[in-house]
Write a protein that binds this ligand. Structure first.
Ligand SMILES: NC(=O)C1=CN([C@@H]2O[C@H](COP(=O)(O)OP(=O)(O)OC[C@H]3O[C@@H](n4cnc5c(N)ncnc54)[C@H](OP(=O)(O)O)[C@@H]3O)[C@@H](O)[C@H]2O)C=CC1
Ligand SMILES: O=C1OC[C@@H](O)[C@H](O)[C@H]1O
Length: 579
C-alpha cells in the first residue's frame, strides 16, 4: 500500500496542518516571539512539515523549544528525538530557561505530560510561615512556572537554592521547588489559588493545604470558651489535643504540622495536658490508628477512602469521627456501624452543621414554638460554582474518587429535610419515599446537577432538594415552609449564619416584618463538632445523639437510590461492600 497514508496518519496530518494554519501563522514571526513545542507526540513531525512550508524567511525569527520525556508512551517521541527533528529541519533550537515567555504550546492530544498532582491539600501560608507557598516543578519548566507565579500575584517567587551545595534544591522526585509568597488577599481564597497554581504546566505539587483537615486543625487550636454553648458548660469541659498527623507521604505530614499545628491543639498550647506539644508526623494512616496517644481518629480523606480508613481505625481500637458522607453506599455504612457497636467504639459522621447552635434554635422555633405552623415543604439547593477552576483529577470531578455533587454537597440539602421533616416529632421517624431523582453529568461522568424529591407520607410533606458544582446560589438556598410561613436558612446549607422567620397571620394579606436570628461562627465552625464529639467521648457514648447512626445509613440509602435513578455507578472496585 505504498503511497497511501493510513487513515489514522492522515487524520494526524490534517489535525497538525489545521493547528499550524490557525495558530502559527506566517505573520507571527516578530523577533521576540518564541515557540514552545511541548510533550512531542507523533503528530509533531506533521506540525514541523507545515511550519517549514511557510518558508525560511518566516522561520528565522522563531525559536523552537522541545520538551519531552526520556521514556515517552509508545508512538511518541523522546526529547532527544524532538530536538533532532528541529535541528534537522534547520529551525532554531532554544530552551525554556533562555526563553521563558512562550507564545504557543503544541501538545499531541494522545499524551499528557505532567501535572498537577491534586493529591496535596494545602496550607494558607503567609502568617506564621513566611517563606511562601512551596511549589514543586518539573525542572524543564521552572523558568516558565516562575514567571506564571509572578503573574498570579507572587512577584518575589524564587527558586529554592541548596544551602550546603551549589544549585537548586532537588526534591525526592528529582524536581525543583519554588517558594512563592502571595499577599493575604489571594491567600484568603486558598482553594482557588491552589487550583490556579496546580493548573500551570510543569507544576507537580503545591504545598498549599486548603482541605478540610487544615480547617479542622485550625479550629482545634482555638479556645473552646470562645464558642461556648449551654451544653458545653455542663459537666467536665472538653479540650482538644492533636497528637499525630498522618499522610500517605511523610514529608507532607511534617509540612502540615509545621505550618498548622506546631504547638498542637488548644490544650497543648495552653498546657492543659501532659501530651507533648508538637504532634508526631507519620507517613501512613495505619501509624495514626496505631499511635498510643490517639483516642479518636479524624478521617478527612477523599470519599473513596472513608470506609477503609474508618474500618482500619476501628479495628485498631480507635474511636472515629469521619467526614461526610460516611461511606460510598449504605452497605458500607452498615458494616462500619456494626463494627463500632461490636467494639464498643464511638463512630460519628462529621455532619458538622448539626452541631451549630443555629440548629437547636431551628428546632425550638419549628417544633416547640411552631412559628410556621405545620411544616409541609423543604427546598434546599446547594451550589458552589467551582466547576470552572477544578481539575478533572480533583476529588470533585474524578470518577475514580467517586466525584460529583451528590456525595460532596448532597448531605446538606438532605440534612435540612432530615431536620425539618424526618426528625419532626410528628413524623415519628417514618422513612421518606424517594419519588424522583435525576442527574446531569460533567464531562468526566460524575454528577454536576442533581435533584431529588422526597415525600414524607406521615406529614403530607415534600422535600425538593438540589445540588450542583457549576453555579452559585447565594440567595435563600434553604427554605422550610409551613402552613403559617417560612423559615429561611441564610448562608450555605453547610454553614448557615442566620434564620429568618417570615410569617403571616391566617387571612392577612401582608407578611409580618422578618424576624432575624443571627448566629456568628467562630473560626471555620468545626469547633462545635469537635466539642460535641469530645463530650460523647467523655460520656462513654458509642453513638453521638447529634448525628445518629440511623441518619447516616438512611442518607446513604437515599443516595444509593438517587444514583440508581440518575445512572451513576461507581467504577468497579471502589465500593468495598455492596448489596
Ligand atoms: N465539613 C465540611 O465543610 C467539609 C467537608 N469535606 C469533606 O472532607 C473530606 C476531604 O475533603 P478535602 O479536604 O476537600 O479533600 P482533599 O482533596 O483535599 O483530600 C484530602 C486528603 O485525602 C487524602 N487521600 C487519601 N487517598 C487519596 C487519594 N486516593 N487521592 C487523593 N487524596 C487522597 C490526601 O491526603 P494525603 O495525601 O496526605 O494522604 C488528601 O490530602 C471529604 O469527605 C469531604 O466531603 C470537605 C470540605 C468541607
Ligand atoms: O462539605 C462541604 O461543604 C462545603 C463545600 O464547599 C465542600 O465542597 C463540601 O465538601
Amino acid at each position: 500500500m505504498s503511497g497511501v497514508i493510513p487513515s489514522v496518519e492522515s487524520a494526524k496530518r490534517l489535525a497538525a496542518f489545521a493547528a499550524v494554519d490557525r495558530h502559527i501563522r506566517p505573520e507571527d514571526k516578530a523577533d521576540n516571539r518564541n515557540w514552545f513545542r511541548h510533550s512531542l507526540g507523533s503528530t509533531v513531525p506533521y506540525v514541523v512539515e507545515r511550519i517549514l512550508e511557510q518558508g525560511p524567511e518566516v522561520n528565522t525569527a522563531r525559536v523552537f523549544i522541545p520538551t519531552g520525556t526520556h521514556a515517552p508512551p509508545q508512538g511518541s517521541m523522546t526529547c532527544f528525538q524532538s530536538k533532532e527533528l528541529v535541528v534537522t529541519a534547520g529551525l532554531k533550537l532554544g530552551d525554556v530557561d533562555q526563553y521563558p515567555l512562550i507564545d504557543v504550546t503544541i501538545d499531541g492530544a494522545d499524551e499528557f505530560i505532567v501535572v498537577a498532582d491534586y493529591r496535596k491539600n494545602s496550607v494558607v501560608l503567609g502568617t506564621s510561615y513566611k517563606q511562601g507557598v512551596p511549589v514543586e516543578v518539573a525542572p524543564f519548566a521552572y523558568a516558565k512556572v516562575l514567571r506564571n507565579l509572578q503573574h498570579l500575584g507572587s512577584p518575589t517567587a524564587n527558586l529554592r537554592m541548596a544551602i550546603k551545595k551549589a544549585g537548586p534544591v532537588v526534591s525526592d522526585n528529582g524536581n525543583f521547588v519554588i517558594d512563592a509568597p502571595f499577599p493575604s488577599d489571594l491567600l484568603e481564597n486558598p482553594y482557588q489559588l491552589f487550583q490556579q497554581i496546580k493548573m500551570l504546566t510543569g507544576v507537580v505539587e503545591v504545598g498549599l493545604f486548603c482541605g478540610i483537615s487544615r480547617e479542622f486543625v485550625q479550629d482545634l487550636t482555638l479556645d473552646p470558651a470562645t464558642r461556648a454553648t449551654p451544653e458545653s458548660t455542663k459537666g467536665i469541659p472538653v479540650f482538644h489535643a492533636i497528637t499525630v498527623v498522618g499522610s500517605r507521604n511523610k514529608e507532607k505530614a511534617i509540612e502540615f504540622v509545621t505550618q498548622h499545628a506546631p504547638d498542637g491543639g488548644w490544650a497543648q498550647k495552653n498546657d492543659f495536658t501532659s501530651m507533648k506539644r508538637t504532634p508526631d508526623a507519620v507517613g501512613s494512616y495505619k501509624e495514626v490508628w496505631e499511635h498510643p496517644d490517639v483516642d479518636i481518629v479524624y478521617v478527612g480523606t477523599v470519599h473513596t477512602s472513608h470506609f477503609e480508613d474508618a474500618l482500619g481505625a476501628l479495628n485498631a481500637g480507635k474511636h472515629v469521627l469521619c467526614e461526610k458522607p460516611l461511606t460510598l453506599n449504605a452497605e458500607e455504612a452498615k458494616v462500619l456501624v456494626g463494627l463500632a457497636k461490636e467494639k464498643n467504639l464511638l463512630l460519628v459522621e462529621g455532619v458538622w452543621t448539626r452541631f451549630f447552635p443555629l440548629v437547636q434554635t431551628f428546632r425550638k422555633l419549628a417544633f416547640e414554638e411552631k412559628v410556621i405552623g405545620d411544616i409541609k415543604h423543604v427546598v434546599s439547593d446547594f451550589a458552589i460554582g467551582r466547576l470552572d477552576f477544578i481539575s478533572n483529577e480533583s476529588r470533585l470531578l474524578s470518577r475514580n474518587l467517586a466525584g460529583g455533587s451528590l456525595l460532596d454537597l448532597g448531605p446538606y440539602p438532605l440534612l435540612w429535610a432530615f431536620l425539618a421533616l424526618y426528625e419532626n416529632p410528628t413524623n415519628e421517624k417514618t422513612e421518606p419515599v424517594l419519588v424522583s431523582a435525576s442527574m446531569l453529568k460533567t464531562k468526566t461522568g460524575v454528577d454536576d446537577f442533581t435533584s431529588w424529591t422526597l415525600d414524607f407520607p406521615k406529614l403530607g410533606a415534600r422535600a425538593d432538594l438540589m445540588c450542583n458544582l457549576s453555579v452559585i446560589n447565594p440567595n435563600e438556598p434553604t427554605k422550610i415552609q409551613g402552613t403559617k410561613g417560612e423559615i429561611i436558612v441564610a448562608g450555605p446549607p453547610s454553614r448557615p449564619t442566620a434564620l429568618v422567620v417570615r410569617t403571616r397571620d391566617p387571612g392577612a394579606r401582608e407578611f409580618e416584618p422578618d424576624v432575624v436570628y443571627d448566629f456568628p461562627i467562630y473560626g471555620v465552625g468545626l469547633g462545635w463538632e469537635a466539642d460535641g464529639v469530645g463530650r460523647s467521648l467523655r460520656d462513654g457514648d458509642i453513638e453521638c445523639a447529634i448525628v445518629p447512626h440511623e441518619t447516616s445509613i438512611l442518607q446513604m440509602t437515599i443516595f444509593d437510590g438517587i444514583r440508581q435513578l440518575g445512572g451513576y455507578d461507581y467504577p468497579e472496585g471502589l465500593e468495598k461492600v455492596k448489596k
